[in-house]
Write a protein that binds this ligand. Structure first.
Ligand SMILES: Nc1ncnc2c1ncn2[C@@H]1O[C@H](COP(=O)(O)OP(=O)(O)OP(=O)(O)O)[C@@H](O)[C@H]1O
Ligand SMILES: [Mg+2]
Length: 431
């Protein structure tokens, strides 16, 4: 059987006799039909050929009909069509009833039945948004008209439903295709920018290894031991730098391959723990810290901890030269549907002109002499937040501190893209 088949019909008419007639023609009741046939033979009345197989519901006033349509929608068993009488005193007339029915079920095909021309049809049609879902049947009508209308309009309802379903699945397929295409495009762009970055940043330590090895060769053949030691130190520094860069690359790659958990995360406790660790590692410093209570999110605890570690390690690091360093962790209190968390400091800050570069791999706005680092922390944080379908961005000013904001949408909106959406621009070196 066709799963879309819908033989449900509603008749709204204040005359009980009409319901009887409709039932005879639309509902297959072999015994009743036999009687009708006998009646036809005896009284010579033409009975239309059996149509049958319809499920007919009766309502005698507009509100009753509306209640039935509402119930049918709630039960997931909508009517394919309704026959509605034009005049049903004392209640709503046919036009008002139809208007209300379509508000509940716009797909329903309707035949309006009338014996009177007490309104011009233009008025009725203008009032209703009829489209192609209304037919007019003048009384007195022939039963064959009813059976044919029922057959044709229920079939029309089924075809419309089939077309809508096909259109839906077509739209879904197109959406999926577009999303895949965008994701592919983004990850390609990122890979391109990433390999550029890797090649660029590994070149410098490699050059220094090469250069100092060469000098060492020369020094060994006759120079003093001090100078050889110095060259060896420089070579080892180059190797260290390379290994930091490759470690950074590895940790960034790991973020994309980790299976994302969705668990409640206490960001307040996390931030306090991370700040406590910073203080322990750097016990000589006094930093004023303030962490807001009850910061919570649903996400991957281990990955969100990495974000907190990166942002707070930066705040700690970039406030190193400030007389009264302050770090604040909190949440914006506005009408945002998704919570916006922030990590703020009053440290070195940065030039907003380069704000979009911050999250690119190995991008640094400060030199290693000013502040140590590889430039991988924010790229990793960006990727983690992107995997949670959130956003991360920064505001700051040179010498006036920086604030990093991030969102973590509800778990239902989180997706699992394996690549983040860093634009290749972000991966180009800041001047
Ligand atoms: N709180 C901050 N204040 C000022 N500048 C910042 C702050 N956080 C990040 N930045 C700027 O963004 C750059 C990138 O930050 P990121 O955390 O990725 O790298 P890093 O801290 O330099 O090195 P890593 O995190 O790999 O040890 C930093 O070098 C710095 O120029
Ligand atoms: Mg960092």
């Amino acid at each position: 059987m066709n799963p879309l088949q819908n033989r449900r019909i509603l008749l709204i008419d204040d005359m009980p006799a009409i319901h009887e007639d409709f039932r005879k023609i639309l509902v297959a009741r072999p015994a009743a039909r036999e009687l009708d046939d006998v009646e036809a033979v005896l009284f010579g009345q033409a009975v239309p050929p059996p149509c049958g197989g319809f499920e007919l519901d009766s309502a005698y006033q507009g509100p009753e009909g509306l209640a039935k349509v509402e119930a049918s929608i709630q039960a997931g068993r909508p009517y394919a069509m309704a026959f509605v009488d034009m005049r049903m005193p004392p209640g709503w007339d046919g036009a008002e009833t139809i208007e209300r029915l379509w508000r509940v079920d716009p797909q329903m095909q309707i035949v309006i039945c009338t014996a009177y021309s007490d309104r011009t049809w233009e008025k009725v049609l203008a009032r209703l948004d009829v489209q192609d879902r209304l037919l007019i049947l003048k009384k007195p009508f022939d039963m064959i008209e009813i059976s044919q209308l029922a057959r044709t309009l229920t079939a029309k309802w089924e075809m419309a439903r089939q077309a809508a379903l096909q259109m839906n699945s077509l739209e879904e397929a197109v959406e999926e295709l577009t999303a895949t295409k965008t994701a592919l495009y983004q990850s390609n762009k990122e890979l391109e920018a990433f390999s550029y970055s890797v090649a660029h940043d590994l070149r410098s330590p490699l050059k220094s290894i090469d250069g100092f090895s060469h000098l060492l060769q020369k020094a060994i053949s006759g120079d003093t031991a001090d100078r050889s030691m110095h060259y060896l130190d420089r070579i080892r520094a180059g190797v260290r730098q390379m290994s930091e860069l490759t470690d950074g690359l590895l940790s960034l790659a790991q973020v994309s391959h980790t299976h994302l958990k969705a668990e409640p995360v206490d960001l307040t406790a996390m931030a306090e723990q991370v700040l406590h660790d910073c203080q322990e590692r750097d016990s000589g410093r006094t930093v004023q810290v303030h962490v807001e209570r009850d910061l919570t999110a649903i996400g991957d605890p281990a990955l969100l901890r990495q974000v907190m570690e990166n942002l707070l390690a930066n705040a700690w690091k970039f406030t190193a030269n400030i007389a009264t360093p302050e770090i604040e962790v909190g949440q914006l209190h506005g009408n945002n549907e998704t919570a916006v968390f922030f990590v703020r400091d009053n440290g070195a800050g940065f030039d907003m002109a380069y704000a979009d570069k911050l999250f690119g791999t190995f991008q640094r706005l400060h030199t290693s002499e000013e502040f140590a680092g590889t430039g991988i922390g924010l790229a990793t944080s960006h990727r983690i937040i992107s995997r949670h379908a959130g956003r991360i961005w920064a505001e700051g000013a040179v010498g006036q501190g920086a604030t990093f904001f991030f969102t973590i949408p509800p778990a239902s909106r989180q997706h699992l893209p394996s690549e983040s959406c860093i634009d290749s621009q972000e991966n180009r070196r800041a001047p």
